[in-house]
Design a protein around this ligand. Structure first.
Ligand SMILES: [Zn+2]
Length: 482
């Protein structure tokens, strides 16, 4: 980025709430059902029907507000946002405008450079989702109204974000919060968590904001970063050439790596917002708020601190292990079996996350149970097997979650810790490799590794490396002093 300029970015994030039914009717919210089967007169917007608010939607919204230190407004109001589009049969979307349910919160981001950054949350409001227009089925456009009326919260940040990396870190933070709270599945590809970015640039030190554009359609953390970087650079290029930024909405195309204009941006008042006459104000008395607060699960920040303080893990480990709820849960379940905290952390962050990412599965579907991983780690710690043998056993455990103790017994993989047995092998190796022994004695110390390798080959990696090193060293220095 040209260093004379700075970017000012605000994000509007929509999260689909994980309720069983829609926000104002009893229709299912199930994703992937046949088109237009999750519908009824209410969500189809037939005349004369009345919306009834889903209580869960309020509770989930309050949870998110509490998790982001927002003020929870005792009274909030639903408003109609009027616009015409084929996937919006009522001709208006029920949303919140002047009085949202939550306001004035913040989140803290931990950035890659080790710094933290506070991003203020302007508001969180409840609204209904629109339907879906399908443009890729031949030369017609089809409408699926299953999504119409699925509950959303919109989380609007203040323009506190200044780089593509911060934007992506902010999205990751929100993703972490909604999934730990269990209020959204966080699936960006399926659109359950979506992000629009308002972006402008200005000369560093300028107090006036530049003209902003809105970029939509970024369906992964990486695309959030790429799209915002693209748009910042585009705006700077225009300004440097003496041009002007036009206020407009751009659609990010991940395949082309470009954002292209969609339509002229409507001003807020074009929507002719007014309070929905069919819905009474939402009142959240203190005792309800307290009830919801009591149901709040432990948040990632608190789990992270616990991992650092209780288990003595490095900050990095604690962060990786709390990236999502399932990983944190898996880690703690292994600790039911063993208290080798750091070793467990290494295995989870290494072998297990590598497997899970490679197979693109959730860690809750990981084939090795936490109990069996715990047993494997105990085998290593007690010296019954070496780390090397453990890495050999692990693929066998992946096949059908077999008990590692059983595998070790069946395959006779127990580590040889019997000194006499190891000594015999070492004597054999020293006898068979006279040349190398000479080399070692004449000062070529590297040969030591070769000799260890020979011992390990004969014992099929089962000799305890510490004992091997000790005895070999002793024997070699005895030869030297002869
Ligand atoms: Zn319905």
């Amino acid at each position: 980025m040209n260093s004379d300029f700075e970017a000012v970015i605000g994000l509007e994030v929509h999260a689909q709430l994980l309720t069983d039914t829609k926000i104002f009717c009893g229709c299912s919210t199930q994703f992937g059902n046949p088109p237009n089967t999750n519908v009824c007169p209410v969500c189809l917007g037939h005349p004369g029907v009345l919306p009834v608010l889903n209580k869960k939607v309020v509770e989930y919204s309050v949870l998110m507000g509490l998790a982001t230190d927002c003020t929870i407004n005792e009274e909030s109001i639903f408003a109609r946002k009027n616009y015409f589009y084929p996937d919006l049969p009522k001709g208006y979307q029920i949303s919140q405008f002047e009085k949202p349910i939550c306001e004035h919160g913040f989140v803290n981001l931990e950035l890659d450079n080790g710094k933290t950054k506070k991003v203020r949350i302007k508001r969180i409001h409840m609204e209904e989702d629109a339907g879906k227009s399908i443009h890729d089925q031949g030369d017609t456009t089809l409408i699926d109204l299953n999504r119409t009326g699925v509950p959303l919260i919109e989380i609007v940040s203040e323009p506190d974000i200044n780089s593509p990396e911060e934007a992506s870190a902010y999205m990751k933070k929100l993703h972490q919060l909604v999934t730990f709270l269990g209020i959204c599945d966080g699936n960006m590809e399926q659109g359950s968590l979506r992000c629009d970015a308002n972006i402008s640039v200005r000369k560093k030190g300028a107090s006036k904001l530049g003209t902003r554009t809105e970029v939509k359609n970024m369906n992964s953390f990486r695309n959030v970063e790429r799209a915002i970087k693209f748009e910042i650079e585009r705006q700077i290029d225009i300004l440097e050439d003496g041009g002007e930024i036009i206020q407009q909405t751009l659609l990010w195309n991940a395949d082309l790596g470009k954002a292209a204009p969609m339509r002229g941006k409507e001003e807020a008042h074009d929507y002719r917002y007014f309070p929905d006459p069919d819905l009474v104000p939402v009142i959240i008395p203190d005792d309800w708020k307290t009830d919801i607060k009591n149901k709040m699960p432990e948040l990632p920040e608190s789990i992270k601190h616990r991992f650092i303080n209780e288990y003595g893990l490095p900050v990095y480990d604690a962060e990786v292990l709390t990236t999502n709820k399932e990983t944190a849960k898996y880690f703690e379940e292994v600790l039911q079996e063993t208290n080798e905290y750091k070793l467990v952390s290494n295995w989870v962050m290494g072998e297990i996350l590598a497997y899970v990412n490679d197979k693109k599965i959730n860690i809750s579907d990981f084939p090795v149970s936490p109990v069996n991983l715990g047993k494997l780690i105990n085998l290593i710690k007690s010296g019954k097997i070496s780390g090397k043998i453990a890495k050999k056993i692990f693929p066998l455990m992946l096949e059908n979650n077999e008990d590692p103790i059983k595998i070790v017994e069946e395959k006779k993989l127990l580590q040889i810790t019997d000194n006499t047995e190891i000594e015999n092998v070492i004597d054999k190796v020293l006898k068979e490799n006279k040349n190398q022994v000479e080399q070692y004695l004449s000062g070529k110390e590297k040969v030591f590794g070769f000799l260890v390798g020979q011992i390990m080959r004969i014992t099929k990696g089962k000799a305890n490396p510490k004992i091997v090193n000790n005895i070999l060293m002793k024997k070699l220095s005895a030869l030297k002093n002869k």
